[in-house]
Design a binder for this molecule. Structure first.
Ligand SMILES: *Cc1c(COP(=O)(O)O)cnc(C)c1O
Length: 471
């Protein structure tokens, strides 16, 4: 290192000195002294490294302060950041599934902020049941005798299987031994529940007689599983819920139905194909039905079991139940969500999951046409922006093969060379990240779930400051 470089290094101020100057003091005031000192130290370290490798200019105090500020702000940014979900998947597991209704958000906030009558009966002044609020609503909506709530549907299935079939056999069709994302594999869950898996039928065809032949005094449960993320088509057969229930009743064995998404209402009123509802599964004679809280139901993460009173009581006495219980925040949000179902005509206005499903195509297409010029202007001549027709899906295991006609924007780079990947990365780097999907050489932004048009445009305009290919 030459003398000039050494002189430049010596010219750098110390952390303590910086903390007494305006820029450093402001950092201490805002973030606390230890955090400010650590950030300034890191910024100085960076400056030293740059000078050692030949950087000709010593940074000013203001520049070091700005670098420290950037570090501190990056650290303050929440890990769970709000994003624009323009993937076209409405209930996207990686983006948090259902967005909650305002009523549910308010109920959750109140439960967080205040003391609440969680396990306290306000009528008698005695200890109450923590799930009572949501439980009554669930029983009513499902038309079931009993209901219980746990952490998620995976837990609900594990708990129910363990209660009904620990040390016994569970009969399942080979066509329903599903794997859904996140390491939920039906055979593994069964093993952990202590149930011995008895597979019946074949991948594409399982008949009632296959179940009948597998029944024995060792049978603990017959399990039916909604094949959430795939469909077998062609030469297929499955035993219907009703005939299976009859067989189970004859044999004196409970029938459990893992519905997965678990619609509480008929979706055909929103223009998509009907999924079997929870109420129908109860009416068809299943003894225990399991479903998720944050899929089609549109609430917080939860797993719900509804069904025969005696079996629900048995499930609640299982010590595992205590290890899977939900907190007051989610119970409040779930009950508030369920209350919205009392007014089906306004449900699609209030519940985001259903609002997105029911959103009219013309409205989405008009939005695409409206914002197209602003996006094109921000992106400049390097990209072609076009309002296009596209297809959304519900996601989270509901109607896996049914696409919903939607509209959005297709962004194509006029030249290749990785411009599309760089653009996707730049969109993820926005103050509120924008998540689309890449398809046939274009970045598709499906606008079905975009409601905050103004906020989106203001956010998108920030791309000009950061995008490598934007002007
Ligand atoms: C989604 C799903 C589950 C798991 O539910 P989580 O709420 O994600 O735990 C279990 N079974 C089926 C059939 C599903 O579709």
């Amino acid at each position: 290192m030459d003398e000039a470089s050494r002189a430049r290094l010596r010219a750098l101020p110390s952390v303590d000195a910086l903390l007494t100057r305006p820029a450093g003091a402001a950092l201490g005031e805002r973030f606390g002294r230890p955090a400010a000192a650590a950030a300034l130290r890191a910024a100085l370290e960076e400056a030293r490294a740059a000078l050692r490798s030949g950087e000709p200019l010593t940074p000013t105090e203001a520049q070091i302060g700005a670098r420290a500020l950037a570090r501190l702000e990056a650290r303050e940014r929440p890990g769970l950041r709000a994003v624009y979900n323009l993937t076209g998947v409405i209930l996207h597991t990686n983006l948090g599934r259902a967005q909650l209704a305002e009523a549910a958000v308010e109920a959750a906030v109140e439960a967080m902020r205040e003391a609440v009558a969680l396990e306290f009966d306000l009528e008698t002044g005695r200890r109450g049941e923590r799930e009572d609020h949501a439980r009554a609503l669930l029983r009513e909506l499902a038309g079931a005798q009993g209901a219980t709530i746990v952490n998620n549907n995976a837990a609900a299935v594990l708990l129910a299987l363990n209660t009904l079939a620990d040390g016994r056999e569970a009969i399942v069709s080979r066509g329903e031994l599903i794997e859904i994302g996140g390491a939920f594999r039906m055979p593994d869950i069964m093993a952990r529940a202590g149930a011995r898996l008895v597979e019946v039928g074949t991948t594409n065809r399982t008949h009632l007689r296959d179940y009948r032949a597998a029944l024995s005094e060792r049978t603990g449960v017959i399990l039916k599983v909604h094949p959430s993320n795939y469909r077998v088509e062609g030469f297929v057969a499955e035993a219907g819920a009703r005939e299976l229930a009859e067989l189970a009743r004859e044999a004196g064995v409970p029938l459990m139905n893992d519905l997965g998404s678990g619609a509480l209402i008929d979706l055909s009123r929103y223009g998509v194909r009907k999924e079997p509802t929870v109420r129908e599964a109860v009416e068809a004679g299943a003894d225990i039905i399991a479903f998720s809280g944050d899929k089609l139901l549109g609430g917080p993460q939860a797993g719900v079991l509804v069904g025969r009173r005696d079996l629900i009581e048995k499930i609640e006495r299982n010590p595992m139940k205590r290890a899977m219980r939900v907190d007051k925040i989610r119970l409040a949000a779930l009950a508030a969500t369920l209350r919205l179902y009392a007014d089906p005509d306004r449900l699609a206005l209030r519940l985001p999951a259903l609002r997105f499903i029911a959103r009219p195509l013309q409205e989405i297409a008009a939005l695409a046409r409206r914002i197209e010029p602003a996006l094109a202007a921000t992106l400049g001549p390097a990209f072609l922006v076009e309002a296009v027709a596209c297809r959304s899906e519900i996601g989270s295991g509901a109607l896996p093969l049914d696409a919903i006609a939607s509209a959005g924007l297709a962004i194509r780079p006029r030249e290749g060379g990785g411009a599309l990947d760089r653009l996707s990365a730049a969109l993820r780097g926005l103050p509120r990240p924008v998540i689309g999907r890449i398809e046939d050489g274009a970045l598709i932004l499906d606008l079905r779930c975009l409601e905050d048009e103004e906020g989106f445009l203001a956010n998108f305009a920030r791309l000009r400051e950061s995008a490598p290919d934007a002007p």
